[in-house]
Design a protein. Structure first.
Length: 308
């Protein structure tokens, strides 16, 4: 399925990709292997990069996310110092417009953040210096994690949520280095249960391919001593990304999985009942995907027609 939005380069799109490569220490020939296209690969198990996100979700979703984030910031009575760092600069509408403009610009939506990296660096150094600290980053991610977890990503490609988290973590590590604070991975603990779609492992895959697949899914393979262990872990990685029930899955997501299989959750009184029904549903969807040559939910993880 074609991406529903036509992307364009912005002022910060190319530098955003460079940030991603630098963050991972990727250079030279290896860097050239990382797609510079602003159009997302339609394969729902292929890597998605944050400079391609606009092509899948467009501007409205970004404004919705950023708007919800700033509503939370402006209502922060628990940590008023954080709220006040924003209110003293401007009203909420200004912050939403500029933050959304930066996201859209970096994610492939065209020139919406005039001044680019120079403007951003000036803002962080002179206007936002109170929050450009480890404490500020923690509180920023406190609100953003809740924003992301309350947003309905089921309308979009299954890769989008994890990709936005990757965007935020990449930028936070950069800002921590620029402004001399220690990046804390704990600020991103909320993202551990976000599934990342990956291809289903094949019999002809080598050890390195299996390890890369597992790593892309955010899982660890260091305890896999034999290739058979890697294959099993890779299968777990695929199943998790394809929507298999797991401990972190909520009632809403379990019911959605059951509906995808054309099954009914009536009679499931406890969450444990829903989990069992969802496991049956996933097995049915996976079997159907195997017969048609795709993975579980292959059709469902394509980008749908955008809109509310």
């Amino acid at each position: 399925m074609a991406c529903p939005y036509n992307p364009r380069h912005g002022y910060t799109t190319a530098s955003g990709r460079e940030d991603w490569l630098k963050d991972r220490g990727i250079k030279g020939k290896e860097a050239k292997k990382i797609s510079s296209s602003l159009v997302a690969d339609p394969d729902p198990t292929a890597p998605l990069y944050y400079w391609q996100v606009y092509s899948l979700i467009g501007p409205d979703a970004i404004y919705e996310l950023v708007g919800d984030f700033y509503r939370r910031v402006y209502a922060d009575d628990e940590e008023p110092w954080f709220r006040d760092a924003f209110t003293r600069i401007s009203g909420m509408d200004h912050h939403v417009a500029t933050q959304a403009g930066f996201w859209i610009d970096t994610m492939g939506g065209g020139r919406t953040y005039h001044g680019g990296d120079y403007r951003l660096n000036f803002h962080h150094t002179h206007n936002a210096r109170e929050v450009m600290t480890a404490r500020g980053a923690q509180r920023w991610m406190h609100h953003m994690s809740r924003t992301l977890n309350s947003f309905d990503f089921s309308r979009y490609d299954a890769r989008v949520k994890a990709c936005i988290v990757d965007f935020l973590a990449t930028k936070m590590r950069k800002y921590a280095s620029q402004h001399n604070w220690k990046f804390s991975a704990k600020d991103f603990d909320f993202a551990k249960d976000i599934p990342v779609p990956v291809p289903r492992p094949r019999d002809d895959m080598g050890v390195d391919e299996l390890k890369n697949l597992i790593a892309r899914a955010g899982l660890d393979s260091r305890d896999c001593l034999e290739k058979a262990d890697l294959r099993q872990r890779a299968e777990e990685a695929w199943a998790r990304g394809a929507g298999a029930p797991h401990e972190g899955m909520g009632v809403k997501d379990l019911k959605a999985l059951i509906r995808r299989a054309g099954m009914d959750s009536a009679g499931c009184v406890e969450k444990a009942d829903l989990r069992r029904r969802a496991e049956e549903a996933f097995a049915q969807v996976a079997a159907a995907g195997s017969r048609t040559g795709g993975g579980a939910g292959a059709a469902d993880t394509q980008a749908p027609v955008a809109g509310k």
